[in-house]
Write a protein that binds this ligand. Structure first.
Ligand code: GLU
Length: 442
């Protein structure tokens, strides 16, 4: 059996971090099982779906390195839905219902008022031919409900949540088609999963009750259902589902200098019992993926954690991987010297500016003489062999300074900053001319 997973976003907005996580786990699982990962564009809602969002979804997945092995679109499959719907109709598994939204709302309120669960009463199934004719005469068109089989409990072994059991009598027959003929998500999704031979559905736990209905749809269509893994949702820092989380997507992360590898490393393991680690390569993450290690409690997404992980990943990136994003002229040696100091790749430009200059620092009065000596010493050392070690050793000899009073004035004069990359790596990049000029007190 070839494992086939799918990521099925609706192109009605940008992907947010929760979507990215679902996409990632589907992709990872397919990779781990040498299977296939499909992108399914859930665009049955023609009004809210936008082509620009379809493009953005593709671009976001590509940026993260989650390349689909195929793409399907629901809007291209309406004929297929029509055909399978006709079968369900013939088999009496879908039925027309004429209640208006207001009527349904009223029914719900009455039940809730009596302390009862707001389950649809199946009044539409009891309509007489005359009543139907009367509705039709009013030019009312029906919406369609899937008739749940009440005979047996719905059960499945969820790969994350374990054994699940639903009593169909406590569930409303789900509406699968609107009065205008448009499709709701539930049934087309099942038809697609059957036709595309999806073996595993990995999605958020907000879909658990949909799964209960959909399992009966698989059965009604004569298909074996896929396995399901419903992951606990993400929460923001405040500990609840936040608006902010829903608006955090790839554009934002890119803007603040987060690398795709950091997002992958964090989202791969967030909410699992495996530690979040700065893997720049997804292979070990894929190898260790195990739905049994996913927790049932909501996982907390923390942007600071992501930023920290990002820095650790930036520190691992080789020159080749980042060269096109570095300032012109910045060399491999410069990248390696500067890299350990970066939180983001963009900050490299900052430090490259420090190397190239000009840098302006006004020396403290008590350091002027020391710096004059430093400038003179710098003129006499061998710049091809660890100039920083030579410079500081010689100055220690000459001035008797050591520790901070020795190093800090030099760093300040050479970089105009108190902290930064290792001076031993930075000084050769600055080079003798600029160094002597910067050390010479003005
Ligand atoms: N379009 C659905 C959603 O975004 C897909 C859910 C599913 O994976 O089946 O929620």
């Amino acid at each position: 059996m070839t494992v086939i997973t799918r990521f099925a976003p609706s192109p009605t907005g940008r992907l947010h971090v929760g979507n990215l996580r679902t996409a990632l786990h589907n992709w990872m699982f397919a990779q781990a099982q040498a299977g296939r990962f499909l992108l399914r564009i859930d665009d049955t809602d023609g009004e809210r779906s936008e082509e620009a969002f379809v493009d953005a979804i593709r671009a976001d997945l590509a940026w993260l390195g989650l390349n689909p092995d195929g793409e399907e679109r629901q809007s291209a499959r309406f004929d297929r839905y029509e055909a399978r719907f006709a079968e369900l109709k013939a088999a009496g598994r879908v039925y027309p219902a004429y209640e208006s939204a207001q009527e349904l709302d009223l029914k719900r309120k009455v039940l809730l008022g009596r302390g009862l669960p707001p389950v649809y009463d199946r009044a539409a199934l009891a309509l007489t031919a005359d009543q139907v004719a009367a509705y039709e005469a009013e030019a009312r068109t029906p919406h369609w409900r899937f008739k749940l089989d009440h005979d047996a409990a719905i059960e499945w072994d969820d790969l994350i949540r374990g054994h699940q059991r639903f009593d169909p009598k406590t569930m409303s027959d789900p509406v699968v088609r609107r009065a205008d003929g448009s499709w709701l998500y539930l049934l087309p999704s099942v038809i697609d999963d059957v036709d595309l031979a999806i073996t595993h559905v990995v999605r958020g736990e907000d879909h658990v009750s949909n799964t209960a209905s959909q399992l009966q749809m698989f059965a009604a269509l004569g298909a074996t259902p896929p396995s399901f893994a419903h992951e606990a949702l993400l929460t923001g820092n405040e500990g609840k589902l936040s608006k902010r989380l829903g608006s955090l997507g790839c554009d934002h992360f890119r803007e603040v200098g987060i690398e795709p590898q950091a997002i992958v490393a964090l989202l791969a393991r967030l909410g699992t019992s495996d530690p979040v680690e700065p893997f720049a390569d997804p292979a070990p993450l894929i190898a260790s993926l195990d739905f049994a290690r996913f927790g049932r409690a909501p996982a907390r997404f923390d942007e600071d954690e992501l930023a920290g992980l990002n820095a650790k990943i930036v520190h691992q990136l080789g020159f080749e991987a980042v060269a096109s994003r570095l300032p012109a002229g910045m060399t491999e040696a410069a990248w390696e010297a500067i890299r350990p100091n970066l939180s983001t790749i963009a900050e490299a430009a900052d430090w490259w500016g420090v190397v190239e200059g000009p840098v302006a620092s006004v020396p403290a009065e008590e350091d002027r003489d020391f710096l004059a000596k430093a400038a003179a010493t710098a003129a006499g050392i061998d710049w091809s062999a660890d100039p920083w070690a030579q410079l500081t050793a010689a100055l220690k000899e000459i001035t008797g300074r050591k520790g901070k009073p020795l190093f800090l004035p030099l760093r300040r004069a050479l970089t105009a900053r108190d902290h930064g990359p290792d001076m031993a790596a930075l000084l050769p990049l600055i080079g003798p001319e600029r160094a002597i000029e910067r050390l010479t007190p003005r």
